[in-house]
Design a protein around this ligand. Structure first.
Ligand SMILES: [Zn+2]
Length: 1088
């Protein structure tokens, strides 16, 4: 499982927003989302979607691996409050079948059945203003044509009541949604929305319900062709090609070896039910899908009798039923055969070997070999073991117990099974996140990547031996205590980041509901937790029997070997070409003409905008629905001794204290910057003066809700020098503030930085993670590369997280192999600490209610007084040298080549430095509008890429176009270059303008839990963004006019044509073809 990046550093920073969307989901068993999260919106990592296990079982919340914690005492007993007004037993064709107060979430949960169709509804009533709706259909498949995935995209392309091209895009533009997306799972399709505004919420629900039940796509073949696949042929002389959004999305997925590994695991574990197919679609099989099959699938499964509906929040409960009945009443109840068959457990372990497309001469001779020596393909296998744990549903307590076991085995880098794999040096990074309960039957997957295939068996036996050892000896009492506290903290805090809590709960409930199990039990973990804890307290062997029953004695086990094949990429391409040539040869002259005509007709349709009259069908809010003034985060600021600052935010946090301490990095010499991310990790992963790595990890688990250390860098508008800090962030119950701060003090001051083996593992993990990342999320690497050319903050970011960083890490892997090299690195780590730690300029940021804040103050004072007043290091070569030290990359266009079937194309310039632009609030409106119209239409709809968007960083001035899983290169750049002319040609009606402004306000006012509010306030403080400036920006946004669109068109002239620079992640073949067409266009840089 890939490292879950918390969305901290990308938290919304006042008027500015983070620039690059998170890398999307790994793994084939992970749901396929309809779109990437928009910039500034929730990242999938923060959404918890990278760790879908969070959904189902409370214990498995630990899959987020965020090391949360404690609250050892049980929650205060809460008497069930009386059911709120508005609960009726019969209304609008529904009958109440069940009603329960769920104390875990302070919610009344009602279940209704629709009398006429049998549709089931869960209606959750509570005080959460972030209202959530979802409809889920069971959609099992018989093949890998990707029907449910294509349908998931297509139903949102127009419907009976909303007969326009893409109501989904209109909602992205104009609603205040806090969540808007859709997901395809291996066995179900899920359509969720959320909003804090009631009218907006019902608008979203209405559009979604009409979309799923009356979509245009089942009568209009063109939608299917656009979203699924079609033959493209501009004229009869050209070669035939495939186009389609899902087709290219899946080509991207199939290019990522991590994704291939998880797919192979799923298919090997489930050889005889629906999971043996890929519901997302195999690019080789997608073109076998016919429109008729697609229509039949919708008719069969998108029916109320096969649907489950979810409402959650503080809105009017009867209104929910009324709205639903408006759609359901025209259907008749009917049986729908959609149950997911159970995979019978096998009696013998099996081994499955598959291949993935690797680069020729991988590891690039000039870059040097893998950590651990050697290099080339010998080091590139993915190896691991997987189990299906059961063929009958597990009870809640067993699921909870398995969640604890999972955490104990793998939940932290110090957990024994994870540590054993890391220490073995058999591979570069752990893969498989342990328990995955996303499917009908829970699975367990674990292994390593970057393994020499000759040593594959050693990985298997290491896992089995370690499990045997742990089954016999058990876990230490301190490890169990840390696990209990961590999981309990996480359950009670229920911090879902920017992901709506109602949606997190829905995914949890649906995980049982969809299999005709009791969805209520998934929300009620309190009793099971108490029972489990009492068993632990009684001292019996709780975990040994679980390890034996579900893993060691369980013969439904598959050993997967995924081996590199440097000929595979070419073979896939050749097979596709041959198939297209075969298809072409089978066409008669008139068939070819028909394909050409269809290609043109489709393009014309795609390029014809909906009329304003048609667009008016989308319900819209009024500008008067938007608050005129900014929402302020309560902030107190206190100057402390020696130039330290204490910020406090009085917010209700349910007795949790959130704390950040920020230390200025700007005195660090530039040459040490690339070492900072690993320095930050080392602080919590090598132990302290008085405790081992394991003991430290357990203390974090026992005493806190988690501690993390990471670098934070941002440009500041109007100045060249960026702000750059190391942040240590943690949370704890209010009464444990002193424990949290003692821990932070120990970590910062006394962390040992001398564990060569652990450091080597972290280097190897980082390298492996970045190499996977560049294939699955190349757009962010391309954008960082461009940012490093025109912004010092961007250059620092690149040096700590872009391609330059990968190059640095590759060198570092070699350096730390020798004792001499390691000693030099160690000295550098200590030099960073010496330059960093000082009271002078330190900022401590607290978020909690006032009483907790006040109580924490003396602990903060103690913490600060333990630090040196000024830095010990002679940091003479300070920030001044960053500008002159060659951090900024030369302005250049580059092709970063990797083995892939798709492209990621970025183009950028700095609107301040290159275009003389002065920031106006309208920039946010225009940026969003451009992304949702011109770029979406040209790059995604017409071009067939999964994503095409732009991002404007108001701090640095960088304006960046990006495409994601894109079949095109030069065509995409041409589309980017057409942006200015497009904006100039716009003359928006006042309705359209209002919609664009409202949609932007939805992003600016994004819903935040209290910790995120406190964090945003800290970031604004660091960047010097005042409330006055935010208000001014808000006023400008609300006053955006057509003229602003034209002004912004002038501003982005500096990105157009040869003025801007291009960086793409692509295959060497495609990069070379561009050079044939445009000699000197870019420099080739082989990455993998
Ligand atoms: Zn998709």
């Amino acid at each position: 499982m890939s490292t879950v990046k918390r969305g901290l550093a990308s938290a919304s920073a006042g008027v500015g927003r983070s620039s690059v969307p998170a890398v999307p989901l790994p793994g084939a068993s992970r749901p396929m989302p309809l779109r990437l999260p928009a910039s500034g919106a929730s990242s999938f990592a923060a959404a918890g979607l990278m760790a879908p296990a969070l959904r189902r079982m409370p214990g498995a919340a630990s899959a987020s691996r965020s090391a949360l914690r404690c609250l050892a005492s049980a929650a205060p007993a809460v008497a069930a409050p009386p059911a709120p007004a508005g609960v009726v037993s019969k209304a609008h064709g529904f009958t109440l079948t069940r009603q329960q107060y769920v104390k875990e979430y302070g919610s009344h949960v009602l279940m209704y059945t629709h009398d006429k169709t049998g549709a089931e509804v869960i209606s959750v009533l509570n005080s959460d203003e972030n209202k959530t709706f979802g409809v889920v259909f069971r959609t099992p498949v018989d093949d890998s044509t990707g029907i449910p995935h294509i349908l998931e995209h297509s139903v949102l392309c127009g419907s009976r009541k909303y007969p326009i091209k893409e109501p989904f895009v209109e909602l992205m533009k104009s609603s205040l949604n806090t969540f808007l997306n859709a997901f395809t799972y291996p066995d179900r399709t899920c359509y969720p929305v959320a909003s804090t505004n009631s009218q907006d919420f019902y608008n979203l629900v209405d559009v979604y319900l009409d979309a799923v039940f009356h979509p245009r796509c089942v009568s209009d073949r063109r939608v299917f062709e656009q979203e699924g696949w079609h033959y493209e042929l501009d004229n009869k002389e050209e070669p035939l090609t495939y186009k389609g959004v899902v087709f290219n999305e899946m080509k991207g997925v199939y290019s990522s070896p991590d994704s291939v590994y998880y797919r192979v695991v799923q298919q090997a574990l489930f050889p005889s039910n629906t999971y043996r197919h890929d519901s997302g679609g195999d690019p080789e099989v997608i073109p076998k899908l016919t429109f008729e099959q697609f229509q039949d699938f919708h008719a069969k499964y998108y029916h109320p009798s096969n649907a489950r509906f979810w409402f959650y929040g503080d809105d009017e409960p009867v209104k929910r039923l009324q709205l639903l009945d408006g759609f359901l009443s025209e259907f008749e109840r009917r049986p729908v055969d959609s149950a997911v068959a159970t995979q019978a457990l096998m009696h013998e372990p099996r081994t499955v070997t598959e291949y993935y497309a690797a680069g020729a001469g991988e590891e690039g001779e000039e870059e040097g070999g893998a950590a651990g020596g050697g290099g080339g393909e010998a080091q590139k296998a993915y190896v691991g073991l997987s189990w299906v744990l059961s063929d009958t549903p597990l009870d809640v307590e067993t699921e909870l117990a398995l969640g604890f076991l999972d955490y104990l085995l793998l939940g932290t880098p110090a957990a024994p099974l994870r540590k054993a794999l890391n220490d073995s040096r058999l591979g570069a990074a752990v893969i498989g996140g342990g328990i995955d309960d996303d499917l009908k039957q829970p699975c367990f997957t674990l292994g390593l990547k970057g393994v020499d295939p000759a040593e594959a068996d050693k990985v298997d036996s290491l896992i089995l031996t370690k499990l045997q050892e742990l089954a016999d000896s058990g876990f230490s009492a301190s490890a169990v205590e840390a696990a209990v506290n961590t999981i309990e903290f996480s359950l009670r805090e229920n911090n879902t980041g920017s992901f709506p809590r109602g949606l997190s709960l829905m995914l949890r409930a649906v995980g049982a509901w969809i299999y005709d199990q009791d969805p209520f039990t998934q929300m009620q973990w309190e009793d099971a937790l108490a029972s489990f804890k009492s068993k632990l307290a009684a001292g019996g062997d709780v975990f040994g029997p679980l390890i034996r029953k579900y893993l060691l004695d369980n013969k439904h086990r598959v050993a997967v070997r995924l081996l590199p094949d440097s000929a595979k990429a070419a073979a896939i391409e050749a097979a596709e070409k041959a198939e297209l040539e075969r298809a072409r040869a089978a066409m008669k002259e008139e068939d070819l003409e028909a394909v050409v005509a269809n290609t043109h007709a489709l393009k014309e349709l795609q390029e014809t905008p909906d009329s304003p009259e048609a667009l008016a069908c989308i319900p819209a809010l009024k500008l008067s629905d938007i608050p005129k003034t900014i929402t302020k985060v309560p902030t107190s600021s206190k100057a402390l001794a020696d130039g330290a600052t204490l910020l406090g935010h009085d917010l209700f946090t349910n007795d949790v204290l959130y704390l950040e301490a920020a230390f200025d990095l700007r005195s660090l010499p530039a040459r040490l910057l690339p070492l900072v991310p690993l320095f930050c990790r080392s602080l919590t992963q090598m132990g302290t003066a008085t405790e081992s790595f394991i003991e430290l990890t357990e203390r974090i688990g026992r005493k806190t809700g988690g501690v993390s250390v990471y670098p934070f860098t941002s440009a500041v508008r109007g100045q060249e020098a960026p702000v750059s800090y190391v942040m240590i962030r943690g949370k704890a119950m209010g009464g444990k503030a002193a424990d949290l701060l003692d821990l932070m003090r120990d970590v910062l001051l006394t962390a040992r930085l001398d564990d060569k083996a652990r450091f080597g593992q972290m280097v190897a993990e980082t390298k492996a993670g970045m190499e996977s990342g560049i294939i699955s999320g190349g757009h962010s690497y391309a954008a960082k590369r461009l940012g490093a050319q025109r912004s010092l903050a961007g250059a620092v970011g690149e040096a700590m997280g872009g391609l330059s960083y990968l190059e640095y890490v590759r060198q570092l892997a070699k350096r730390v192999e020798s004792e001499e090299g390691w000693q030099a690195v160690r000295a550098d780590l200590e030099a960073i600490r010496a330059a960093l730690l000082q009271r002078k300029g330190a900022i401590v940021n607290l978020t909690a209610d006032n009483a907790t804040l006040a109580a924490a103050e003396s602990a903060v004072a103690d913490f600060l007084s333990a630090l040196p007043a000024t830095a010990a290091a002679t940091a003479t070569a300070g920030a001044n040298d960053w500008a002159s030290s060659g951090l900024l990359l030369p302005r250049n266009s580059e092709a970063l080549t990797v083995p892939t079937q798709v492209n990621y194309v970025a183009k950028a310039a700095n609107l301040y430095a290159d275009g003389g632009y002065e920031l106006q609030g309208s920039a946010y409106v225009v940026e969003k509008y451009l992304g949702n119209t011109w770029l979406w239409d040209r790059v995604r709809v017409v071009g067939g890429a999964y994503g095409g968007f732009c991002s404007f960083d108001s701090h640095s001035g960088m304006f960046t176009y990006m495409s994601y899983r894109d079949p095109n290169l030069l065509d995409t750049i041409e589309s980017y270059d057409g942006s200015a002319a497009y904006l100039r040609g716009l003359e928006l009606s006042s309705e359209e303008l209002t919609k664009a402004i409202i949609g932007t306000m939805g992003d600016i006012d994004a819903y935040q839990l209290p910790d995120a509010k406190g964090y945003s306030a800290l970031v604004r403080h660091l960047l010097g963004v005042s409330d006055e400036e935010r208000q001014q920006r808000r006023d400008q946004i609300l006053a955006t006019s057509n003229k602003d669109f034209k002004n912004f068109a002038d501003a982005i002239e500096c990105v157009r044509g040869s003025a801007g620079r291009v960086v793409a992640v692509t295959s060497p073949e495609k990069a070379g073809k561009v050079l044939e067409e445009k000699p000197g266009f870019w420099e080739l840089k082989k990455v993998l």
